[in-house]
Design a protein around this ligand. Structure first.
Ligand SMILES: [Zn+2]
Ligand SMILES: [Zn+2]
Length: 441
């Protein structure tokens, strides 16, 4: 019975269904890691969504798009281990200058709930209306399938961009533990709204950010752009004029206005900042140079701050990027993705004990891993060579230093990576030979 209760409590966190008393804490250390606790439910919900989708006759997601989304989550969770220190230190410093002292549990809980959602709205809006922040937030919108895994597709710098948005809540007297609770619950409640299998939810559509409202937010159709920024509540959009209801008559096309034709997570994380720098450098005046960073991504000289919708391309009817790879490679990338997920958990578990050099090395390995796995979907020419180097380096390092802290797990990993490097040895040698021959000719 206790297990059932605990399971239901964790499921409730995905819908913000928690009691203020059981989710109020005195210290940050007492605050549960709600996101980690909900991981088993993520998988259940992914399966339930897939099942519902099949029953409705929909194709919800393709492997390449899903693995790409989840690979972004690995990077996001890893970088979070560093950024959370800055978030908390800044918050605690500002809290010393608070203007109010919230007393009761209920007042503090509701103040935290409303403030976190209100700040999310403005941070999210800024993420779309300021190119410099959009350069990172676009990662969340770079999918072409729409399902619950999209919720986990985040820029690894997303939280760094949010620095300065949440911290002023400290001045209102919202204590750090309350923010840690509501920041997590607000994020968790957004997991289930990334779906096409749920239609409209009646009167709830007035108040809550529902799957229907969030589908609009993710659309590349002109009527969807720069709309529905709310996190848990949709009331902020209704108040500040950014609300848009879903149109039955127009099918939503997901993705970016100019959709990059790649699955490579490293490319997807960084390509947009390069675009903005190029755009800024092409400007003829210094004021336009800065506008390229500070106005919306669709802005051009002579247009309004967020650009002119008329000049944007029409996304309707566009064909999805759909790379095809052999079945064995699908299995290979899927298995290495699961290993990367395991290693990310190891990284989180040992993070405090690792030196800075160790942290950089470990993160670098995770970055190359998810980067190369997803580059294989693009049939990137150099992927075999990177893969053999990655796997052989892992074998050389782990067989002497270990990685997980468990001998049996390390031995299994070394065997797996040794076998994997053998798979890519011959394609890598042929690749090098081809390049050398071309040079000689
Ligand atoms: Zn967004
Ligand atoms: Zn979203």
């Amino acid at each position: 019975m206790a297990v059932l209760d605990e399971g239901l409590r964790r499921l409730g966190t995905l819908f913000y269904a928690v009691s203020p008393w059981s989710s109020s804490f005195r210290t940050v250390k007492e605050v549960p890691n709600y996101i980690n606790e909900a991981v088993p439910w993520f998988f259940v919900i992914v399966l339930v969504e897939e099942l519902c989708g099949r029953l409705q006759g929909r194709q919800l997601g393709r492997m390449c798009d899903n693995v790409t989304s989840l690979s972004h989550a690995i990077l996001y969770e890893s970088v979070k281990l560093v950024t959370r220190w800055f978030e908390m230190t800044g918050y605690l410093w500002l809290y010393e200058f608070r203007l109010l002292d919230l007393q009761s549990t209920l007042t503090t809980w509701f103040a935290g709930f409303l403030a976190a959602d209100f700040v999310y709205y403005w941070f999210h809006r800024a993420s779309h209306e300021v190119s410099l922040i959009w350069a990172w937030h676009q990662v969340h919108h770079s999918h072409e399938d729409y399902n619950v895994t999209v919720a986990l597709r985040q820029s690894m710098f997303q939280r760094l961009c949010a620095l300065g948005f949440y911290q002023p809540m400290a001045l209102l007297g919202v204590p750090l533990p309350a923010i840690c609770v509501h920041f997590q619950l607000n994020l968790l409640a957004q997991f289930v709204i990334h779906t096409e299998v749920v239609g409209r939810l009646g009167p709830l559509e007035w108040v809550l950010n529902t799957p229907s409202h969030h589908r609009v937010h993710h659309g590349a159709n002109k009527y969807c752009l720069d709309k529905n920024y709310g996190g848990f509540l949709i009331i902020w959009d209704r108040i500040f004029g950014t609300f848009q209801a879903e149109k039955e008559e127009e099918e939503i096309v997901y993705g970016l206005v100019h959709q990059p034709q790649t699955s490579n997570v490293v490319w997807l994380q960084f390509f947009y900042i390069r675009n903005i720098v190029r755009k800024a450098r092409s400007m003829s005046t210094w004021s336009d140079f800065f506008r390229a960073f500070l106005c919306g991504p669709g802005w051009l000289p002579g247009t309004p701050r967020l650009g002119d919708l008329e000049t944007f391309p029409d996304a309707r009817g566009r064909v999805k990027y759909d790379p095809q790879i052999p079945l064995w490679q699908k299995g290979y990338t899927g298995a290495h993705f699961l290993v990367a997920l395991l290693l990310q958990q190891v990284f989180t578990f040992h993070f405090e004990a690792l030196s800075w050099a160790g942290r950089v090395l470990f993160f670098g390995f995770l970055l190359v891993t998810v980067g190369n796995i997803t580059a294989m979907y693009d049939a990137w020419r150099w992927a075999p060579l990177v893969e053999v180097t990655r796997c052989a380096s892992f074998v050389a390092f782990v067989s002497t230093n270990g990685v997980s802290g468990w001998v049996g797990v390390d031995a299994g990993l070394v065997t797996w990576f040794a076998l994997s490097s053998l798979v890519w040895l011959s394609p890598s040698v042929s690749l090098i030979q081809k390049r050398l021959r071309r040079k000689v000719v």
